[in-house]
Design a protein. Structure first.
Length: 192
């Protein structure tokens, strides 16, 4: 088992900050022993998202049943009626394969994971330089209504207040620079 097994890299950010793009960049680096933790959610798939790859898309009843059974390490109702959670089986799956587990989770879930996993975890907060830039990115993405974007920007303003509770902050002003910074930070953590 490598010294990466059992370690966790937690990426959290307001929606539209570029977190998922940075996470995908990290997963493409063969020299980093990382495995992606597929989160469970009750929301519908967006665009080309696939069940079991991007998320485990669960009906609310299934999510509740699994929660009651203790299958989740943590879960959160991120938006009214929309739940996201981390399955315990994801940590085990990657540890057994000798990989560190890489999380792409909301801010509250990221802080909860950081607390639960302690020194074995590195928590990284990704944000845009300004809320105005975040709003522009969400609008360009074209996956959400104007009302949904307004809710996400309002939520992002609240989430930024938690940034100092993370181990590292990456300001995604330039995507290539943010990806390079993330790679360096993660590599240094895994080498410890």
């Amino acid at each position: 088992m490598s010294n990466s097994a059992g370690k966790a890299i937690i990426f959290s950010a307001p929606s539209g900050s570029g977190k998922t793009t940075i996470v995908r960049h990290l997963l493409e680096h063969a020299d980093l022993p990382l495995g992606f933790s597929v989160s469970a959610t009750t929301r519908a798939p967006r665009g080309t998202e696939r069940n079991g790859v991007d998320y485990y898309f669960l009906k609310l009843e299934d999510f509740e049943r699994r929660s009651e059974a203790g299958d989740f390490l943590e879960w959160e109702e991120v938006y009214p009626g929309i739940r996201y959670g981390t399955l315990r089986s994801e940590l085990q799956r990657h540890a057994e394969a000798g990989r560190a587990v890489l999380f792409d989770v909301d801010v509250v879930g990221g802080l909860r994971l950081r607390t639960l996993l302690g020194d074995q975890a590195l928590a990284i907060f990704v944000r845009t330089p300004t809320l105005e830039i975040l709003q522009e990115r969400l609008e360009r993405r074209g996956t959400d209504s104007a009302e949904s974007i307004a809710v996400r920007v309002e939520k992002a303003a609240r989430e930024w207040r938690y940034a100092d509770q993370f181990d590292v902050q990456i300001v995604n002003d330039d995507l290539a620079t943010a990806c390079t910074e993330a790679t360096q930070v993660v590599a240094a953590f895994l080498a410890r």
